[in-house]
Ligand binder design. Sequence first.
Ligand code: NAG
Ligand code: NAG
Ligand code: NAG
Ligand code: NAG
Ligand code: NAG
Ligand code: NAG
Ligand code: NAG
Ligand code: NAG
Ligand code: NAG
Ligand code: NAG
Length: 581
Amino acid sequence: MRASTFVPVVLSSSLVFAYIPCPLLGPVFPAPTELSQSTTFQDALGNLSSILDNVTTTGLTPYGAIPSNATSFSIGIFDAKSPGGLYSYQYSSPALQQGTEGVKQVTKDSVYRIGSGSKLITIYLFLLEVGWKYWNHPITDFVAELKPAARNCSASSNALDCMDWDEITLGALASHMAGIPRDYSTPAELLVAGLPMPVEVYGLPPVPESDFPICGDTYTDACLKNPYLQGLTAEHPVYSPFTSPVYSNGAYELLMFAFENITGKSFETTLETKLFDKLNMTKSSYNVPTNISDAVLPRGPELSGFVAELGNEIPVGGYYSSQSDLTRMGQSILSASLLSPNTIKQWMKPVTFTSNPNSAIGRPWEIFRVPELTSHNFDLYTKLGNVFSYASMLVLAPDYDSILVAGNSSTATAQHLTDTIIPNLFPALEQTARAQAHDKFAGTYESTTEGVASNITLTTQAGQPGLVIESWYSNSTNFQVAIAGVEGVQAPATLDARMYPSGLSQQTSATCQRVGFRGIFESTATPAEAGFVGAECSSWGAVDQPRYGNVGVDEFEFKVEDGEVVSVTPRALRITLKKIA
Ligand SMILES: *[C@@H]1O[C@H](CO)[C@@H](O)[C@H](O)[C@H]1NC(C)=O
Ligand SMILES: *[C@@H]1O[C@H](CO)[C@@H](O)[C@H](O)[C@H]1NC(C)=O
Ligand SMILES: *[C@@H]1O[C@H](CO)[C@@H](O)[C@H](O)[C@H]1NC(C)=O
Ligand SMILES: *[C@@H]1O[C@H](CO)[C@@H](O)[C@H](O)[C@H]1NC(C)=O
Ligand SMILES: *[C@@H]1O[C@H](CO)[C@@H](O)[C@H](O)[C@H]1NC(C)=O
Ligand SMILES: *[C@@H]1O[C@H](CO)[C@@H](O)[C@H](O)[C@H]1NC(C)=O
Ligand SMILES: *[C@@H]1O[C@H](CO)[C@@H](O)[C@H](O)[C@H]1NC(C)=O
Ligand SMILES: *[C@@H]1O[C@H](CO)[C@@H](O)[C@H](O)[C@H]1NC(C)=O
Ligand SMILES: *[C@@H]1O[C@H](CO)[C@@H](O)[C@H](O)[C@H]1NC(C)=O
Ligand SMILES: CC(=O)N[C@H]1CO[C@H](CO)[C@@H](O)[C@@H]1O
């Protein structure tokens, strides 16, 4: 049984089993609108400000401490459309006041490095310029330098030493599924980072000079393409490909090389013109900004890592950006302003599970399923970044058309701040969406056809997903009883019928819209033990049936005029019911 903190409205008369509706993946209400005028949402933001004030004063979040005397941050919350976003919170640490360069007070236009948040932007540009068509092509089609390594040895002859570069696809690299090394020559390489004491003190054997990385002295000397590839291909594979996601920076360097090969254009120039300029991301850049007056430099430009040149690692983790700019970029994703809506929806899906049941990986989304916070599980599409003194977190919640951004600090700070925001935001967002859906759709709809007594009454329930079908009569027949019979539900009293937006909508004139919903009809009776391949919350498998005259009985169409719902059509019944109350 699924656990839930919400007390379900429908309880089976006897005892323990609490029916929990099983919506389809995705939004359970139309996206909330006019959030700046929603008292619930504004109340939640007010609460969030007090909580964040407390966090900065005490250095404590419910999820762990943050070094608030040394860490500054910028947080933005936005929906798909509101210019500038819905909320902004700035915190400038005491440490920042001691700097001689950069800002003393962070603002939403302050410039941070975003670390691996860059990977998300790299894939965004990839989708814009290259699209989906090469995801299944091997990297050797585009990076000729890997061909000798592919020929030299193979996994079939030497699995523990050799990577089959001819079988490693661009899609595998983008989703960390290639099983290739995390990197070549980074600060994680102890010989690069430099150990404070002789290696023997740590129990490490001395290694010959030839085993030292051939390039990549941190901060000053990023590897050029050839030595990097030579080094990377000589490393051992990490995991068998397509087995488990294993995070790889190297994969993103290879993708950048593939990008330049496919497009014949400079990655850097294309990023600047096709993404940053196009979205007016004026504070974002590929290279170190020439003017650092807007920069956040907690320990000065060098020690903070702000001016460190990352060479070919820039598309992996080196970009510069600001809260305002990430808001613009997030909004362009949510509103599908640069890519088609279907491309965005395909992109915002997992490629693979991880061993954490609530997490999955996309390209390169780090996806987290949030159970028990609202009426349904929803997924956060995130990307965390960390480089030198900087961290960033971008979170998109497609079910709600909303986002949050955390700025600088250590990785843990960005995570703790994000965790602090989530429970203070999403319940209010859902409550707002539910209230708006109630105002718009709830009520009784009636037949206007002489002699046909048909009606349907819709409502919403506190803490519950979707529009609930309270009663439904078709030509004087209790249609819920009829469905209950067809669905094999024992008694109509145990039928739960509700509907969810299908995402199909059509503007038919300047003021009119057709909006599609699908019903989910479920028994609220105690199910048999689900087992391992059982039917627990598997409503997706039974959508669009039963059918009557080639139309699913669960198909509903609302007609909206000037923002007001005027009618509903249960399409299988070939009748339009006018909203009367
Ligand atoms: C805001 O905080 C108050 C006091 O803790 C609480 O009663 C209220 O429900 C909160 N509002 C929202 C929308 O979370
Ligand atoms: C501030 O945070 C601390 C630690 O999380 C908590 O114990 C305290 O109740 C909070 N104070 C207010 C006024 O919210
Ligand atoms: C920050 O706080 C920690 C723990 O309270 C303390 O050890 C450290 O010295 C403080 N740093 C600054 C820059 O104030
Ligand atoms: C792309 O790579 C392929 C092989 O990997 C090579 O044959 C081709 O010349 C390259 N094209 C460009 C434009 O670099
Ligand atoms: C070829 O593969 C072997 C391992 O089978 C490795 O030791 C050697 O360094 C490789 N040579 C090149 C040029 O990649
Ligand atoms: C671009 O962003 C700047 C601030 O960074 C702003 O002043 C300007 O109005 C924006 N331009 C457009 C066309 O949105
Ligand atoms: C640097 O940027 C700041 C703020 O945008 C501006 O006021 C200043 O004139 C710039 N300095 C130079 C040398 O361009
Ligand atoms: C409504 O029911 C009556 C009586 O059974 C039947 O004669 C009539 O055809 C039905 N009309 C529609 C539109 O379903
Ligand atoms: C819906 O129609 C049925 C059957 O004619 C009737 O009994 C019921 O009162 C109607 N419900 C509403 C809310 O009009
Ligand atoms: C701008 C800023 O406050 N930077 C901080 C980022 O996080 C590191 C590690 O906690 C701090 O040392 C910096 O001061």
